[in-house]
Design a protein around this ligand. Structure first.
Ligand SMILES: C[S@@+](CC[C@H](N)C(=O)[O-])C[C@H]1O[C@@H](n2cnc3c(N)ncnc32)[C@H](O)[C@@H]1O
Length: 287
């Protein structure tokens, strides 16, 4: 007898596979986290497989353009190697020739802060002044105010979301804008929730946590925009896989993690499988 029952949709298969990973980890010692040097290297390789950075750059460039042609100052918290910031700074310099642009980065890892400074200097723009602080945002003593303070994929790691948002708002001039780009707990980050080790006593934060923190901090949101990016993890190296789940995977976990990523993939424009990889951008203005 033949059956007319259709196979489970991919989401059911993914849920079963995710449960399998969860069961494999139950009661186990936390996996190791990523060291700063390998984190930065694997992050760069991860971005190369995704269209997300271009979407963020385009989106933030549009917001920066809306500021007009007056002098502008930006603080990028968790600037990493400055690849994204240099793109934004170059756009501001190109779009309004001669307009002074101040661009400051904060990153706790010295290697990233040094690369940020070098990447900005390589733009060779006289009207661009840039500096970097080597510090966690909580410990940084940024002694100036800005037109824009942005956190692009760095809010996951701060110890206290509410106080971070308040301090960030305090670094803005009146009318200045706070932008936070952070992932929701979609398919990919469901794995992070299961596999990533805790950070200084807290799990990684995601969009929903940031949204609640804005409310708790008493800061009104101007808007929240979701950018629908995709990433091709089908041929990702083991190291990029580790970055994707924010943990150093043990060999026994790689197969189940790859099977789950395969199950949540959708066909990209070229027909190759892509993991949906959205990012939310929160925006608030200092009154
Ligand atoms: C995913 S990377 C994002 C880098 C960059 N914004 C980009 O989009 O390419 C996250 C960065 O946040 C930094 N970071 C981690 N904890 C931080 C903290 N408490 N304060 C500031 N930056 C932090 C990391 O060192 C890392 O460079």
């Amino acid at each position: 007898m033949t059956s007319n029952i259709a196979p489970n949709p991919p989401t059911d298969i993914a849920a079963v596979l995710l449960d399998g990973v969860r069961v494999a980890r139950r009661g186990a010692v936390a996996l190791a986290g990523l060291e700063p040097e390998s984190y930065a290297r694997e992050h760069a390789a991860f971005e190369g497989l995704s269209d997300q950075r271009s979407l963020i750059a385009e989106h933030l460039a549009g917001r920066l353009a809306a500021i007009g042609d007056r002098p502008v100052s930006v603080l990028s918290v968790g600037c990493g190697d400055g690849s994204l910031d240099a793109r934004l700074a170059a756009g501001m310099v190109r779009d309004v020739p001669g307009r002074p642009v101040r661009y400051v980065g904060v990153d706790p890892w010295v290697g990233s802060a040094e690369r940020f400074v070098a990447t900005m200097a390589a733009l060779g723009a006289d009207e661009l002044s840039s500096d970097a602080y080597v510090a966690s945002f909580d410990d940084s003593s940024v002694g100036e105010t800005f037109d824009v303070v942005m956190f692009v994929h760095s809010m996951y790691y701060v110890a206290d979301l509410v106080s971070t948002l308040r301090v960030a708002l305090g670094l803005l001039r009146p009318g200045g804008e706070l932008w936070v780009a952070i992932a929701p707990t979609a398919a990919l980050n469901a794995l992070v929730g299961v596999l990533a080790p805790p950070l200084q006593g807290h799990r990684q934060w995601f969009s929903a946590d940031v949204e609640s923190a804005f409310v708790d901090a008493g800061i009104s949101l101007e808007d929240v925009v979701t950018l629908d990016a995709q990433i091709d993890l089908s041929s990702a190296s083991d190291e990029v896989l580790d970055f994707s789940v924010q943990a150093r995977l043990t060999p026994d976990l790689r197969g189940p993690v790859r099977a789950y990523l395969d199950a949540v993939s959708v066909p990209g424009a070229d027909g190759r499988p892509r993991v949906p990889h959205p990012v939310d951008v929160f925006a608030a203005t200092r009154r």
